[in-house]
Write a protein that binds this ligand. Structure first.
Ligand code: IPM
Ligand code: MG
Length: 369
């Protein structure tokens, strides 16, 4: 039985609560002999700042580097609103993405039939939805230099962020999108703002050339990012794989989350380049939702996005697609049984807690085991 190194970083707020539920699912995975894990735990975000004044320590970064997959909860909260910018909770997450080279962020948006009424959109628009947003994660305006606020000396300041993309960055994310599309609906929609941004012009050119050279069998279309936002809420089922930059991907994936019923449903995988020597790639798995400080500690959080992120780890890091399918099926089953956390309540009479949802998914897995 293969052994994999997992590094758990629960982070802040509801990150702590949903991580407890994923630990149960990891224990199940081992107990039925799918694989075994060596698990380390660390601190990130505000909890790391409280412990040692940094958003993630160097020693925890080393553990992340040495792991086969990082399982990440969420970071941030009002408690750390006034800490220096460089050590704010989000800096820990961004350092992990950058230093691990996790350039490809996969954000599936799947609308479970049982939840079609929890979406703010009409059932026929979202029922059966299955799209994959591929967000570039280590470039663009998130990391471009210069990034600063300068004093103009006349009572004015200037805030600067830099949107920058090189050919290789666009090519490698494009490749991830086209390869995924071949295993799904065989269609890629590439999105930028080439009507106002030079980086958008280049993005469009590089994706078009890559398509022609290597992926002519896949259907490719381009949509401006604002129009794509509109189309996502108008008729989302037109999409299969969407590929876009770091900032547009951040926004569009939050929009897509509401198609599925709740932000509490959306998992994500962040992947690095495959090492040609070992065949392995660095990876991190996290729910798309944040730390939700308003509901933290109350047992209200939905652990499904976190558990589905773990399923993605099995699929994308360990080649255990069947085990991932079983976990996803268990999630669908408990939803079919009518079990709901508060965020996906819809018309349900009762809701269950974070722990009860985790236990229900586990029980469903055990039944099928
Ligand atoms: C996300 C989050 C992060 C981002 C924040 C927490 C820095 O919104 O993963 O979507 O902007 O990338
Ligand atoms: Mg976001």
């Amino acid at each position: 039985m293969a052994t994999y190194k997992l590094f758990f970083l629960p982070g802040d707020g509801i990150g702590q609560e949903v991580m407890k539920e994923v630990e149960k699912i990891a224990a199940w995975t081992q107990s039925v002999g799918i694989c075994s894990f060596e698990i380390e735990r660390g601190l990130v975000g505000g909890s790391a700042y409280d412990a040692h004044g940094k958003a993630i320590s160097d020693s925890d970064m080393e553990l992340a580097m040495a792991s086969d997959a990082v399982i990440f909860g969420a970071v941030g909260g009002p408690k750390w609103d006034s800490v220096p910018y460089d050590v704010r909770p989000e800096a820990g997450l961004l350092r992990l993405r950058k230093d691990l080279g996790l350039f490809a962020n996969l954000r599936p948006a799947i609308c479970y039939p049982a939840l079609a009424d929890a979406s703010s959109l009409k059932r026929e628009i979202v029922e059966g939805l299955d799209i994959m947003i591929v967000r570039e994660l280590t470039g663009g305006v998130y990391f471009g230099e210069p990034k600063q606020i300068i004093d103009l000396g006349n009572g004015q300041k200037r805030g600067i962020d830099t949107q920058v993309y090189d050919t290789y960055e666009i090519e490698r994310i494009g490749r991830v999108a086209f390869e995924l599309a071949r295993k799904r609906g065989n269609k890629v929609t590439s999105s930028e703002k080439r009507n106002v941004m030079k980086s958008g012009v280049l993005w469009n050119e590089v994706i078009t050339a890559l398509h022609k050279r290597e992926f002519a069998d896949v259907q490719l279309e381009h949509q401006l990012a604002d129009a794509l936002g509109m189309q996502l809420v108008r008729w989302p089922k037109q999409f299969d794989v969407i590929v876009t930059d770091n900032l547009f991907g951040d926004m569009l994936s939050d929009v897509a989350s509401m198609l599925t019923g709740s932000l509490g449903m959306l998992p994500s995988a962040s992947l690095g380049e495959v090492d040609p020597k070992t065949g392995k790639r660095k990876s991190m798995y996290e729910p798309v939702h944040g730390s939700a400080p308003d509901i933290a500690g109350k047992g209200l959080a939905n652990p499904i996005a976190m558990i589905a992120s773990f399923a993605m780890a099995l699929r994308y890091s360990f080649g255990l697609g069947d085990a991932a399918d079983r976990i996803e099926k268990a999630i669908a089953d408990v939803l079919d049984q009518g079990l709901r956390t508060a965020d996906i309540k819809g018309d349900a009479k009762e809701t269950i807690s974070t722990t009860q949802m985790g236990d229900a998914i586990l029980a469903q897995l055990q039944k099928g085991a």
